[in-house]
Design a protein around this ligand. Structure first.
Ligand code: B16
Ligand code: MG
Length: 213
């Protein structure tokens, strides 16, 4: 077997919290007078840390913010995002995602999370997945966010495996870049699926079962 483990991105792969990030960033952008924050803009933030995401959004305004003000803005966005997460439950876990994960595990693969999000523990708990994965690397245990490979290297380290034995699943171009930079192969959903460096294109999550892992 080529792969011994699969490392999953969280937002936009395991669950649709990428939509909540979009709503929260859009609300924040409007609050500070940016009226044209689009889904296309939001795609640039996939896999990018909270503070780096804010910096990208602030390029759309001429206003200058101090570091302290930026920290406040990021906290406001996170509060709005967490309000949306509070409404999540196990019912928000797509049945196809859960059954695919279970089948992959039955096939003998280790399953891990590699997410830039500091809210990973909260999201996994809301979805009833807090004890499900063999390893979780997230925004709380890294200093460099995607496209740096640190989060995936951490996940591989937690699994005690080499990157060449792990497949990364991503929805973000930055996430595919991170995987490739770390020596992993990558399967991509959405924009990441169409990205030239992506090893396997997934049209939907269960397509993972068709990759000869
Ligand atoms: P937080 P992923 C990433 O998660 C999101 O794609 C990105 O939009 C977000 O800014 C980042 O996590 C940080 O999230 O503000 O919750 O710490 O896609 O790597 O699972
Ligand atoms: Mg993602």
């Amino acid at each position: 077997m080529k792969y011994k483990a699969i490392i999953f991105d969280l937002d936009g792969v395991i669950c649709s919290t990428d939509e909540y990030h979009y709503f929260a960033w859009k609300a924040l952008a409007e609050m500070i007078g940016i009226k044209d924050f689009t889904r296309k803009d939001n795609n640039l933030l996939r896999g990018i840390s909270r503070m780096d995401s804010l910096e990208i959004i602030l390029k759309k305004t001429d206003k200058v913010y101090s570091d302290e003000q930026k920290a406040t803005l990021a906290e406001m966005k996170n509060d709005m995002y967490k309000n949306l997460l509070a409404g999540m439950s196990e019912e928000d876990l797509d049945e196809n995602v859960l059954s695919t994960l279970k089948t992959l595990r039955e096939r003998g693969l280790k399953l891990a999370i590699g997410s830039s999000s500091k809210n990973t523990p909260l999201i996994l708990e809301r979805l009833g997945l807090d004890k499900f994965f063999d390893a979780v690397a997230d925004g709380n245990c890294i200093t460099h966010s995607k496209p740096h490979p640190e989060v995936f290297l951490k996940a591989a380290e937690f699994l005690n495996l080499q990157p060449c034995n792990c497949l990364v699943v991503e929805d973000a171009v930055a996430g595919v870049e991170a995987a490739i930079a770390g020596g992993f192969e990558a399967a991509g959903l959405g924009e990441a699926g169409a990205y030239a460096k992506t090893t396997y294109r997934l049209h939907e999550f269960p397509d993972l079962l068709n990759i000869s892992v």
